[in-house]
Design a protein around this ligand. Structure first.
Ligand SMILES: *Cc1c(COP(=O)(O)O)cnc(C)c1O
Length: 230
């Protein structure tokens, strides 16, 4: 068995164990394999093991892999920071965007989503770490942003995403993820119908699953340590 195959099995076991500890059904938690910096061949290998959903952070790199692997019919998620001059290729090539933090970006994605494609599935990225983090909208801004995004014609708002600051403090991990879960519940009480909590990565997926993650974004534990210099 290749290391990607073994790593995918190990991640599936971690998800299953975390679900079991939390009394959750593993079918409620989907795995997004984060393939940024890894060549298309690694994605093809993971796809050969049955993995269907992949996450990319950089527009050019992601679009190149999407075209190279078009024969596989994979589901591609954009999870990185998105500048307004890069929205068009994302609207044209990805199925999901997790990193909406401003209305202007959402408006451009909706306007640029090609007719004939399904609506772009989106999450609003929320900064649950205060001054420890720069990305994501402030929690207090999320209700208004969510209402505005939900009204855009070619997007479908699915939920919230967060990247808490890295920490070994398990209680802090739980607090950050719980804050996102509570915010999603508040938005649903206000009339939205959101089903996605995109939270948890290689180092903190157990805490995220315990707090209600429905999608974990995992890179290192599947593909290995990234080399950004490459
Ligand atoms: C890189 C990245 C991940 C994966 O992180 P790992 O620690 O490698 O699992 C998840 N989410 C986002 C937004 C990322 O940029």
């Amino acid at each position: 068995m290749t290391s990607i195959a073994a790593n995918l099995q190990a991640v599936a076991s971690r998800i299953a164990a975390a679900c079991s500890a939390a009394g959750r059904n593993p079918a409620e938690v989907s795995l997004l394999a984060v393939s940024k910096t890894w060549p298309a061949a690694c994605v093809r290998e993971a796809a050969g093991c049955g993995q269907r959903a992949f996450g990319e952070n950089y527009v050019q790199e992601g679009v190149a892999k999407i075209s190279e692997l078009a024969d596989l019919g994979l589901e591609w998620h954009f999870i990185g920071p998105l500048q307004s001059n890069k929205t068009r290729p994302v609207a044209e090539h990805f199925a999901w965007v997790h990193s909406i933090e401003r209305l202007k970006i959402a408006e451009r994605l909706s306007a640029q989503r090609p007719a004939g494609l399904a609506p772009l599935q989106v999450c609003i990225q929320v900064n649950v770490s205060g001054e420890e983090s720069k990305s994501g909208c402030a929690p207090a801004e999320a209700p208004a942003l969510a209402a505005a995004v939900a009204a855009l014609p070619n997007l479908r708002l699915r939920g919230l995403m967060a990247i808490p600051e890295p920490t070994d403090d398990g209680a802090l991990q739980h607090r950050r993820f719980a804050a996102l879960r509570e915010l999603l519940a508040e938005l649903n009480r206000q009339g939205l119908a959101l089903d996605t909590l995109s939270m948890g990565m290689s180092d903190d997926m157990e805490a995220a699953i315990a707090e209600g993650a429905t999608l974990v974004r995992v890179g290192t534990a599947i593909f290995g340590t990234r080399n950004y210099a490459a």
